[in-house]
Design a protein around this ligand. Structure first.
Ligand SMILES: Cc1cc2nc3c(=O)[nH]c(=O)nc-3n(C[C@H](O)[C@H](O)[C@H](O)COP(=O)(O)OP(=O)(O)OC[C@H]3O[C@@H](n4cnc5c(N)ncnc54)[C@H](O)[C@@H]3O)c2cc1C
Length: 471
């Protein structure tokens, strides 16, 4: 093992997505000497940030709402799962972080129709017009290039092909990191380390341990560059992990497992949550009213990982046409399977679903909807998120569906200043984390989603500012 003696380093930032770049630039602004380590070699390396839709929101609210309003939305929407001090930090710093990005030259636009949260989207737009993952030259890719140029222009050291593998410590204080470079190991010594290496869904062992016993059933909707290194390194230093079992994802066509044209959109979420989601045995297994992310998490835990969205013609013509690259007509146009039949019996036969069970499930659902007793079904069907619609107007439809993961929600526990914490709540000196490598914000039993980009920006800023205050 060799030592990196090239330069004085105050702060090492591991991972150059939004969290790492924001943190690294902010630390430079505050007079620190920063080295940014990125595992990948390519100029336009893949990462969740570069391949994201670029919509900055706070739990699907406009980032510029008054902080108290954002805090209440976070508190209600995360249903007791999220740490309230982290919610407060997001609410207080969301608008500031977006202004700070604008000041650096990051450009935003507005996505129509504005659903109340799509007016701060990285420019240029165009990402949401495709069913496959097309990102080059679009908003998120352009932001990444802007941030990297700013970092280098301000005197930061950006090292590609440097994968952090172990943390160095002295007297329980993090003092640097051991990095793998072309098969060799180099030690980088610093006053502190920020973990910003993304989610862990590219780490098969962690996915199998926490999310699903069969990771192959889970479609990867985006890059698998989050390797879980930061989580494993922090855990080895005593960090506590939170919320590891939940993930951000959507229901996609089962054909997306082998058809790239369906890997981004259309979501099957809205069809399943207006109608119903059944197993190949024709049985409901989750509360469709809790929406697509919840259903996706539940599907990942089923034996086969395959389910069918069942709905009627009214739903196909209404919810089927909602959201970006909607299923109607993009599903079939891009090679996805849509079973259509004049009766439920026929539908079950063509889709190879248990016929009696499907007809019973739909009959029970329609009767409960008429009687106002949906919450008494087993499993209950609520309408807090998506209103239940009858399944009665032919033709009837079935879409074979799989669970697709964009990123895992779990990660290291941090406080509202981005310091990594032990289980007893004490900070590990010299160790910070930001972005998707952190847990305790999104997730929980209903798979609440706060917003990956805003989490990265806010805690990237806070990690740098806390470090600068302490040193
Ligand atoms: C398809 C898709 C669409 C999305 N759309 C949106 C959206 O519209 N709005 C929104 O808010 N969120 C969206 N998200 C989520 C959001 O993109 C992520 O939550 C966020 O970008 C995570 O940022 P990050 O900096 O934490 O991680 P990343 O962007 O994943 O960056 C982590 C970096 O760390 C590097 N790395 C990994 N391990 C190491 C190591 N050991 N050493 C050094 N480097 C390492 C990786 O190569 C990577 O470059 C989307 C995600 C996906 C996949």
């Amino acid at each position: 093992m060799t030592n990196d003696t090239q330069k004085k380093i105050d702060l090492i930032v591991v991972g150059a997505g939004i969290a790492g770049l924001v943190c690294a630039i902010r630390a430079l602004e505050l007079g620190q000497a920063v080295t940014l380590l990125e595992a990948q070699h390519e100029q336009k390396y893949a990462c969740a940030t570069r391949m994201s839709g670029g919509a900055f929101h706070v739990i699907f609210n406009n980032v510029t709402l008054p902080p108290e309003e954002l805090f209440q939305a976070l508190k209600l929407g995360t249903k007791g799962h999220a740490d309230l001090s982290l919610c407060r930090a997001i609410a207080d710093h969301a608008s500031r972080s977006v202004c700070w990005l604008r000041d650096l030259g990051v450009k935003f636009d507005r996505l129509e129709p504005d659903r109340g949260w799509t007016d701060t989207v990285l420019a240029p737009l165009g990402y949401q017009d495709n069913t496959e993952l097309v990102w080059e030259g679009l908003g998120s890719d352009v932001m990444m290039q802007t941030l990297e140029s700013q970092f280098v222009a301000k005197g930061g050291r950006f090292l590609r092909g440097h994968r952090a593998r172990r943390l160095l410590s002295e007297a329980a204080h993090c003092t640097g990191v051991v990095v793998e470079v072309d098969g060799a190991e180099i030690s980088f010594h610093s006053r502190a380390v920020v973990l910003a290496d993304g989610s862990f869904h590219g780490n098969r062992r962690l996915v199998q341990e926490h999310i699903t016993s069969d990771p192959d059933q889970l479609l990867k909707r985006g890059p698998t560059t989050g390797l879980g290194d930061g989580i494993e390194m922090a855990q080895a230093m005593g960090a506590h992990l939170l919320g590891m079992e939940y993930f951000y994802g959507h229901l996609l066509s089962l054909d997306a497992l082998h058809n790239q044209s369906l890997v981004l959109f259309p979501f099957i979420d809205f069809l399943a949550s207006a109608g119903m989601l059944v197993s190949p045995r024709g049985l409901r297994f989750a509360d469709e009213g809790l929406g697509g992310r919840y259903l996706t998490n539940r599907l990942a835990h089923t034996e086969t990982g395959v389910a069918f969205a069942i709905f009627d013609h009214t739903i196909w013509e209404c919810e089927g046409r909602s959201f970006h690259s909607a299923p109607n007509p993009n599903l079939v146009e891009n090679g996805g399977t849509l079973y259509v039949a004049d009766s439920l019996e026929e539908l079950a036969d063509v889709a190879n679903i248990d016929r009696n069970a499907l007809c019973d499930s739909v009959a029970q659902y329609n009767a409960a909807l008429d009687a106002g007793s949906l919450p008494r079904l087993d499993p209950p069907r609520t309408s807090a998120g998506t209103k239940a619609q009858p399944i009665q107007k032919s033709p009837f439809y079935a879409v074979p569906t799989c669970a697709a993961i964009s990123h895992a929600f779990g990660g290291v526990m941090i406080d509202d200043r981005a310091r990594v914490l032990r289980q007893d709540g004490s900070p590990i000196e010299g160790l910070y984390a930001a972005g998707a490598s952190c847990g305790g914000i999104d997730g929980g039993p209903e798979a609440a989603y706060v917003g990956g980009l805003i989490i990265g920006a806010v805690f990237g800023l806070l990690a740098a500012e806390t470090f600068a205050q302490q040193h």
